[in-house]
Design a protein around this ligand. Structure first.
Ligand code: ATR
Length: 282
């Protein structure tokens, strides 16, 4: 029998997850179906929506905005990385009524940078912009890769400080507002703010970008993001990437949680990018 999975969120119609998981299933020859389901909390609660899906035979779901915290509270067991992130993006429904909550966002980012872009974090200097939910989910997987130093900068500096204090790590960890970022080039710069959504760039000095820096925006789109454009203008030789590989990476890890098989990301990233280009043509 075909196993059923879904991504749940609100809004959800633009989600790339059904395409990504269909490509994974074809590639690894898994008998499964995956769809996007919008949950309207005017009509139901997250827990009721999950009970309904389980009743209909679903084996697991991906969870996106705005339900990652609800999923964290719903799960009866949590992986260590979900516990640190305090958010769940993947639920595995067990037959006995329990559910495992996991967070694969951080691994998705780390794998995209290490496996796809072939830049290792070990001993590198890393600048992370933002201190919200997105950054909270990726910090521990980055620290596990033993970078030399990590600086977290955020518009609200107290949030960056609070996040820093949650970690006990051999990596040199510091935090500040925009104005106190050390003005030297960092090896890896990651934008985890939601400023790109508004087409804005955090107001930071471009001295943080070096000739060989990897500049990564967790956002993605049909065109390079404003943050990538800004970085390339400051240092034309830097490498600038958007977050599509992170999206595919988190999906690949969720697929592994459900199916025990790790799909190949490279061809799926290329295919999703190609489909995005097609849909942008008027
Ligand atoms: P997410 O889950 O996307 O991380 P979030 O938890 O609301 O959402 O966090 C949004 C992040 O983007 C925060 O770091 C926020 O900064 P504040 O903590 O100061 O609010 C940052 N952010 C949002 N809009 C921004 C803007 N226009 N310029 C700079 N930073 C912005």
């Amino acid at each position: 029998m075909t196993d059923l999975y879904a991504v749940v969120g609100n809004p959800i119609s633009h989600s790339k997850s059904p395409l990504i998981h269909r490509l994974f299933a074809e590639q690894t020859q898994q008998d499964m179906a995956y769809e996007a389901i919008c949950i309207d909390t005017d009509d139901t609660t997250f827990a009721w929506a999950m009970a309904d899906l389980r009743h209909r035979g679903y084996k697991g779901v991906n969870v996106t905005v705005p339900f990652k915290l609800d999923a964290f509270e719903y799960a009866t067991q949590l992986t260590a990385r979900a516990q640190t992130a305090q958010a769940v993006n993947t639920l595995l429904f067990n037959a006995d009524g329990t559910s495992l909550g996991d967070n694969t966002d951080g691994v998705g980012l780390v794998n995209d940078i290490e496996l796809n872009a072939k830049r290792l974090f070990k001993e590198q200097s890393v600048l992370i912009l933002g201190a919200g939910g997105a950054v909270q989910g990726v910090l521990e997987p980055i620290l596990n890769k033993q970078p030399g130093l990590v600086h977290i900068a955020n518009r609200t500096d107290s949030r960056a400080n609070a996040l820093m204090q949650r970690f006990n790590t051999p990596t040199t960890l510091s935090a500040s507002g925009w104005d106190d970022i050390p003005a030297h080039p960092f090896d890896i710069i990651i934008n985890g703010t939601s400023a790109s959504l508004e087409g804005k760039i955090p107001p930071i000095t471009d001295q943080v970008i070096g000739k060989n820096s990897l500049v990564y925006d967790m956002m993605y789109g049909q065109q390079p993001t404003v943050f990538m454009d800004w970085a390339k203008r400051a240092q034309p030789t830097c490498q600038a990437l958007d977050g599509l590989g992170m999206l595919v990476g988190q999906a690949a890890e969720a697929f592994y949680v459900w199916r025990g098989v790790r799909p190949n990301m490279t061809e799926v990233i290329a295919e999703v990018r190609a489909q995005m280009a097609k849909t942008s043509t008027p």
